[in-house]
Structure formats: structure tokens, C-alpha cells
Design a protein around this ligand. Structure first.
Ligand SMILES: NC(=O)c1ccc[n+]([C@@H]2O[C@H](COP(=O)([O-])OP(=O)(O)OC[C@H]3O[C@@H](n4cnc5c(N)ncnc54)[C@H](OP(=O)(O)O)[C@@H]3O)[C@@H](O)[C@H]2O)c1
Length: 317
């Protein structure tokens, strides 16, 4: 059932105080969806989160205090909306992605949710089943959540957003080098020719909000592959060098040597290194064709004028 005032689906965002979640809140409001944000009680102790919540309120969002551990409050929140987007993030130590199974139980009980978008927004966890060790537990948990949603027959959309621009372009693909591109040097993954997909987080939110009411995306995977943003690390570095007007000092690391850097690192860092190998050496964001039963966002939603890698990188000068 849509909102009677403006006939747009009512959207509940879980994780709206997070990095991607806050963009979903803004994109949902920008598309005139009645927008609800579930925030945890502990946000009250974090001034930056309180400021953010107040900014949502001023922009017209409805704020709902709640928790995944409070089933009754969750069901009550769900009964007010049509669509649920979760932007929860998992860590090695806290399996928050699996907490979404509690959300799924509440969705089943509420019985009125016409689309659930679980927290995905990366690479396709079903395509990384045989990935190199150690596998990121977040991928394992995302697969478990998918299977539970499908078994419950709750209508879903899984969004594959590939590489977040702020994290990946900011560091020119490097890890542990900060999120502002260096004007002096860069470390390249091998020949740096493997194609990678880079997507502005605001564009991820714009595509996601368009998908929530679209019958073409019901029970489908949606990949975000803006054609002009399918570039190798080497091509990204060239664009950056053109912007800053001089070449960077470059070092290369072979795939074998990259994997050796795993030795002796804490598990969380190991999984980051192995995931970088999958992206920058194996090409896990681009080394497959999108299936006939899957969709690609930039082909579905031409009205989203996505941000090119070049214009994103220009933000840093
Ligand atoms: N493709 C990429 O490059 C890429 C990069 C990063 C992340 N991702 C994916 O994008 C998604 C969102 O990540 P993010 O970086 O935006 O996350 P984030 O900034 O860490 O935000 C996570 C949000 O989830 C909320 N949350 C966590 N545990 C919760 C719980 N138990 N109950 C209720 N809320 C909870 C947090 O609430 P509080 O504010 O109260 O803590 C926060 O609002 C994840 O699936 C992540 O794997 C993809």
C-alpha cells in the first residue's frame, strides 16, 4: 500500500546513520517517498549522529527509535511502511549482517512489506563462493541472509554496487593509504590492467531508490555497472595524473607478492587483502556476464546522470 498523500511507497531505512544509509535517506526524500529512519538508542550519545538525525527530520523524514532486538517495536515500525532498505554493515567481530535475520522474522510477522533490500551493495556474494582464503565472513553472512529471504518468499531486490568511489577512488585502489589520492606516488596491482567498477555512493542510492518500486527488479539481482566507470587501476591513475598535471612515482606488486602480505596480519586485514586480490587481480567485479534473469541499473534508469571517475577525482583538487 502506498502513502495516500503522494502515492509513493513508504520506505524504512535501517542503518540510516551509516555511510551509505544516510545517502538512502536523502535519495528517498529526494524522490518524495515518505521516509522512515530506524535509529538505535545509543545514537543519543553520539553528537554527529544526533546532528544527522535532526537534519533528516528537517528534510521531512520520520525518525523511529528501535532495535533489531526489540521485535515488537520492529513489527510496529514495519507496519507503517511498504519497503525496507537495510544498510547495516558487518565487521569481523560483530556479525551484524546476520542480525538481519531478526529483521526478516519481523517482516514475516508484519506481512505487509512489498520489497526488502537487505544490506548488500558490494560484489555478488553468490559469485565469490570459491574465493581465495580467508573468505570474508561478511560474504558468507550475506549469502545466508539471501537464502533465508528466498525461503521466506519475501519479495526482494539485491543491489550489487561494486566499488564505493569514496573508498576505492579516494585511495586509487590502494588499501591503508588513506582516502585522498596521493599527488606523489601509487602502488599498482601487477600490470594494473584488470577492469574494476567504481561507483559514487550517491549514485548507488539514486539507483537503489528507483529499483524499490520497479516490477522489473522484483526478486532480481541488480548490478550497478555505469559503462564509463569500468576502468582499470592504471586508467584511473592516468586520469588522476592528467588532473594534477604530472606523473606519479609508481611501484608494482605482483599478485603472488600481494598475497604474501597476508602473513602475520590480523584476520580482518587478511580478508581485506584477499578481497583486494579478487578485485584487482582476478577482476571479480567485471569477469562475468550479467545473467539473463539479472538487471543492470544504468540500463534501467537513464534519468540517473551518474558521476564519472574523472569528475569524482576532480573533487580532490
Ligand atoms: N562496495 C563497497 O565498496 C562497500 C564498501 C563499504 C561497505 N559496503 C557495504 O555497504 C553496506 C553498508 O556499509 P556502510 O559502510 O555504509 O556501513 P556503516 O557506515 O558502518 O553503517 C552501518 C549502519 O548499520 C547500523 N547498524 C549496525 N549494526 C546494527 C544493528 N545491530 N542494529 C541496527 N542497526 C545497526 C549502524 O547503526 P549505528 O549508526 O547506530 O551504529 C549504521 O547506521 C554493507 O553491506 C557493506 O558491506 C560496500
Amino acid at each position: 500500500m502506498a502513502d495516500t498523500e503522494n502515492s509513493k511507497s513508504r520506505v524504512l531505512i535501517i542503518g540510516g546513520t551509516g555511510r551509505l544509509g544516510q545517502r538512502f535517506v536523502r535519495a528517498s526524500l529526494a524522490c518524495s517517498h515518505p521516509t522512515y529512519v530506524l535509529f538505535r538508542p545509543q545514537a543519543a550519545n553520539d553528537l554527529a549522529k544526533v546532528d544527522l538525525l535532526i537534519s533528516f527530520k528537517k528534510a521531512g523524514a520520520h525518525l523511529l527509535q528501535g532495535s533489531l532486538d526489540d521485535h515488537e517495536s520492529l513489527v510496529a515500525a514495519l507496519k507503517q511502511v511498504d519497503v525496507v532498505i537495510s544498510a547495516m554493515a558487518g565487521t569481523m567481530v560483530r556479525n551484524d549482517i546476520l542480525q538481519q535475520l531478526k529483521l526478516l522474522e519481523a517482516i514475516k510477522e508484519a506481512g505487509n512489506i512489498k520489497r526488502f533490500l537487505p544490506s548488500e551493495f558490494g560484489v555478488d556474494p553468490d559469485r565469490l563462493v570459491n574465493s581465495i582464503e580467508p573468505e570474508n565472513p561478511v560474504m558468507i553472512d550475506k549469502r545466508k541472509v539471501r537464502r533465508a529471504i528466498e525461503a521466506a518468499k519475501v519479495p526482494y531486490t539485491y543491489i550489487m554496487a561494486n566499488c564505493f568511489a569514496g573508498i576505492f577512488l579516494g585511495g586509487m585502489g590502494q588499501f591503508g593509504q588513506g582516502f585522498i589520492p596521493s599527488t606523489e606516488r601509487v602502488s599498482l596491482y601487477g600490470d594494473a590492467k584488470t577492469k574494476v567498477i567504481w561507483v559514487d555512493e550517491d549514485d548507488i542510492a539514486s539507483y537503489t531508490i528507483r529499483a524499490i518500486d520497479d516490477p522489473r527488479t522484483e526478486n532480481r539481482k541488480v548490478h550497478i555497472r555505469p559503462p564509463a566507470n569500468i576502468l582499470s587501476q592504471g586508467e584511473v591513475v592516468e586520469i588522476w595524473e592528467k588532473i594534477i598535471g604530472h606523473p606519479l612515482e609508481k611501484t608494482q606488486i605482483s599478485g603472488e607478492d600481494w598475497l604474501k602480505t597476508i602473513e602475520g596480519k590480523p584476520l580482518e586485514i587478511q580478508t581485506i587483502i584477499s578481497h583486494a586480490y579478487e578485485i584487482f587481480y582476478e577482476g571479480c567485479t567485471t569477469n562475468f556476464e550479467i545473467g539473463a534473469d539479472e538487471k543492470e541499473a544504468s540500463q534501467l534508469y537513464h534519468d540517473v546522470k551518474y558521476t564519472s571517475v574523472e569528475s569524482y577525482l576532480k573533487l580532490y583538487v
